[in-house]
Ligand binder design. Structure first.
Ligand code: OAD
Length: 263
């Protein structure tokens, strides 16, 4: 049965949305779950790929020790995403951009689905899976043109699929490229957290959607909003460490809850 929001809470939230001046939203893997993107955690389980926990393969250690394996994992993730479309949660948040003079949207997702839904200036805290970055000169190249990548063993660009060799060689300096995503053990891209934190500190209404609220420093952003006096709302079918701190925890699916909040 679709998520039912308690009527008094629905009235309260619609009222707050009508009068809010600055809105901050943090999203995580759960906002893309209804598009078909697997979450990392949730349902009592953590993601495993080829016998490895996702946080071991998505790590700086793996970048240093086995770059082809890192590419293989992200190629696998990218292939899962290739045909997926934004869901009503992404579309509702994109529409909010037109409703509020100030909407700051920060995401931990690397899937690009907020932008595909029409959101602008998304703060991508953990990078973007559709871009490669040179390990030496930081040049970036899009991976969007590749239609399918089936493994790490390719030696050269595949004319049929447009897929580059793995790891791709930087066209600027000839060094190996890496996925342009933040790995466990790495810092966030310069400035992106700070910009999101400014949005969180300045907001009067904050939504935390589809994140387990376990990964630092993103998990700090809703706390910053809370400390600054904002009304905070969590949307997640499961309880998280933030559930007990926020003003309203709605246990439900983002694609069902967010459209109901529209006033
Ligand atoms: P997680 O996989 O940790 O958590 C996903 C959350 O989404 C869980 O709390 C689920 O209960 C919830 N969820 C599932 N379906 C949902 C739905 N339909 N609507 C709303 N919520 C739903 O994902 P993140 O919190 O995003 O980082 O994970 C944070 C970071 O850990 C990721 O960005 C990634 C990962 O390792 C890096 O790779 C650096």
């Amino acid at each position: 049965m679709p998520t039912q929001i308690e009527p008094a809470l629905l009235t309260e939230l619609r009222g707050r949305l009508r009068t809010a001046r600055r809105v901050f939203v943090l999203t995580g893997a759960g906002v893309s779950a209804e598009s078909g993107v697997p979450t990392f955690r949730g349902g009592g389980q953590s993601g495993v790929w080829k016998g490895m926990p996702f946080d071991a393969i998505s790590s700086y250690r793996m970048l240093q020790s086995d770059l082809p394996a890192l590419w293989e994992w992200f190629d696998y993730r990218r292939n899962l995403l290739r045909d997926l479309r934004p869901n009503p949660a992404h579309l509702t948040l994109a529409a909010w951009q037109e409703k509020f003079a100030h909407l700051c949207l920060a995401t931990q997702n690397v899937d690009g689905l907020h932008t595909a839904a029409g959101s602008r200036d998304v703060h991508e805290l953990h990078g973007n899976i559709w871009t490669a970055r040179c390990t030496q000169c930081d040049a970036r190249e899009s991976l969007r043109e590749e239609t399918n990548v089936t493994g790490a063993a390719m030696g050269a660009t595949d004319a049929a699929t447009g897929a580059r060799e793995r790891p791709p060689v930087c066209r600027s300096c000839g060094n190996a490229m890496r996925p342009d995503v933040v790995l466990f053990g790495e810092m966030l891209p310069a400035g992106v957290f700070e910009q999101a934190a400014e949005g969180a500190a300045a907001c009067d209404l904050c939504f935390v959607v589809g994140t387990s609220s376990l990964v630092y420093p993103a998990m700090r952003l809703p706390e910053i909003a809370l400390e600054a006096g904002a009304y905070t709302v969590e949307i997640n079918p499961e309880a998280t460490p933030f559930s007990a701190l926020c003003h309203a925890a709605i246990q439900g699916r983002a694609g069902e809850v967010l459209p109901q909040l529209d006033y």
